[in-house]
Each structure stands twice: as C-alpha cells, then as structure tokens.
Ligand binder design. Structure first.
Ligand code: C5P
Length: 315
C-alpha cells in the first residue's frame, strides 16, 4: 500500500519516581505509564522522490529534523537505505490533537506512529521489540508509545513490563494554552535541587526499582482499583514544576476540590490530569473546574484509558 493512516495515543504518568543518575547523562526512573484516547492522527504516503517531508495542522510544530516524526523516518532511511530506494520517500501529515510540550508524549507518539507505519509501507517486517529498540534512539517514551496500554517503565523509561490493562477509568486533562515546560529543563532543575537524594550503588538502584514492581501502585492496577490508583499517583517532577508555575498548582487544587479519584501533573508537565470512574463524572469535573478558575487560557479535554499503542485508523 502507498499510504497508511495511524492513530497515535497520548500517555499520562500514573507514577514517576526519579531514582538516580545514569552514565549516559539521563536519569534512572521507575514509572507507570498509561495510554489514553486523546490521540494524534498520522497519515504517511509514498512520494516519488527520495525525501522526507512533514506537515502539521499546528503552527508551532516544526517540520524539519527537530520534529521527532521526521527523525523517526530519517532513522529508518539510514538503517534501511534500500527501502527508500525501492519505495520512494515519504510525506508525513500530522493531525495534532495532543497539546505540545505538555508532558503527554505528543511528539514521541507521532514518532512511534511513523516507525510502525513505515515498517508496513516499506515491508521491513520488524518485530515490535525491534521497533522499540529503534524508538529508544529517538526518545525515552517512544517504545512505550509503540506498545501502549498500561506498563511499568524503568531504565531511561524504555524498559517496559506490561501491566494489566485498565479500561474502566476516565481522565480530565487541563493545560494553560501558552504554557509549555521543557523536559530537559525539568530534569536538569531536579538534578540541581535533589541530586543529593540520588541512589548511586547499582544494587540499591535495583532494590528501589523492585520496590516499585512489587509496590502498592502495581498492586492497585492488578486489582483495577481506581480509588487506590488515584490515591497512589506520584510524580517527582512536580517538586520542580509546581513552585515554578503556581497556575499548575492552582489547577491541581481545583481538581482536588471536586472529589476526583486523584490528580497529578503528567510527566514533565504542565498538563494536570484528574481520574474519574465514569465519562459523565469527567465531564462534570471539567465544567466545574472551568467555572471555578474561569481563565480563557485554560484548555480542557476528557479521555478514556485505552489498552493499545499505535494502531491503524479504521478506513
Ligand atoms: O528521551 P528524551 O529525548 O525524550 O528526553 C528528553 C530529556 O529529558 C533528556 O535530554 C534528558 O534531559 C531528560 N531525561 C532524563 N532522564 C530520562 C528521560 C529524559 O534526564 N530517563
């Protein structure tokens, strides 16, 4: 086929613990990641010339090599030059629904979709784990975005252990339209402020990661216990983002005042999400917080937990 249309879901972090430094300059993490129904649509199409072109309906999304979707296509071209010679170049069209610089892996999931789509279009026959290894070269969240669902992520975030799928929970998300937080800034600031708490011994590191594997959040997920999951939400990066951006804290407090199952900033922020047990409750909370804060800068979404990563759009 000469064209593919893919659905690329956003993710939220139900848990993000920073454990220590890594020799490669990244942080050693223990996270629980969850795919949600808020998603971009990626259309890829063969073009006659040996080139990669990216277009997006969102003005702030770059269309050059800084776009992770572009980098995914460039990586496959580099790894499989004969495929581009045989099938031609590719035009990538991104229909952006996921807010950018938001802590929702919007760029990473677009890159994941390009890897999955080009694997099909160029008939590379890569396995999911081969795609994930390539994805990790583009960004730490890309492997999870390919796989999707609910997963424990360790290492840089690329070592995944799938957990029981949660499909009975809903989420309300809110973000200030013109507020973005750079992931690099969040981790660097965390290192400046908290590196004295970092674990450096390999053995201690493993013990800490095991503690998350067998800990209460994973157990709450295994029991599909939404109330417990809500209580156990955790994100170390809130320690740097909330003091810097009081409007993020304000949102979190507004969600909390609505009696949601739990609320937390996602990833490096600034999106704040709140968990609810039904779609009706998610919509109620959305309207209540919108009225409570009354700021035209605020954007809201509702979404459902989903058990899939990148998938083909139904034609
Ligand atoms: O992997 P990715 O390119 O998405 O990461 C963006 C930045 O976030 C990295 O350059 C690094 O500063 C920080 N990061 C980190 N440790 C991780 C993941 C990301 O320090 N495990």
């Amino acid at each position: 086929m000469r064209s593919y249309s893919l659905i690329a879901p956003a993710k939220i972090n139900l848990y993000l613990e920073i454990i220590g430094d890594r020799p490669d300059g990244y942080h050693e993490l223990a996270m629980v990641l969850q795919s949600i129904s808020l998603a971009d649509q990626i259309d890829i199409r063969s073009i006659g010339i040996d080139a990669i072109s990216v277009r997006c309906n969102h003005a702030e999304v770059p269309n050059d090599h800084t776009n992770l979707a572009y980098r995914a296509a460039a990586l496959l071209t580099q790894e499989y030059p004969e495929a581009m010679a045989q099938f031609g170049g590719v035009e990538i069209n991104i229909k952006k629904n996921i807010p950018i610089a938001a802590g929702l892996a919007g760029g990473s999931t677009d890159a994941a979709a390009v890897l999955v789509g080009l694997d099909l279009m160029w008939q590379l026959g890569l396995t999911q784990s081969e795609l994930e290894v390539l994805g990790a070269q583009i960004g730490s969240d890309v492997p999870f975005c390919i796989q999707g669902g609910t997963a424990l992520a360790t290492g840089r975030g690329e070592e995944l252990s799938p957990l029981k799928n949660l499909d009975n929970l809903y989420v309300v998300l809110a973000k200030h339209r013109h507020l973005g937080i750079s992931t690099i800034w969040a981790y660097q600031t965390y290192r400046q402020q908290f590196s004295q708490t970092y674990i450096s011994q390999a053995q201690d590191l493993e013990t800490r990661q095991r503690r998350v594997h067998s800990g209460p959040m994973v157990s709450a997920i295994m029991h599909a216990d939404g109330a417990a999951i809500g209580q156990l939400l955790h994100n170390d990066l809130e320690k740097v983002a909330l003091p810097e951006h009081p409007q993020v804290l304000e949102l979190r407090e507004a969600f909390e005042s609505q009696g949601v199952l739990g609320t937390m900033m996602s990833g490096s922020g600034p999106t704040v999400f709140a968990l609810t047990a039904s779609e009706a409750e998610a919509l109620r909370v959305l309207e209540a917080v919108k009225t409570q804060i009354d700021n035209p800068e605020l954007e809201f979404w509702t979404a459902k937990f989903v058990s899939t990563g990148i998938r083909l759009a139904q034609s």
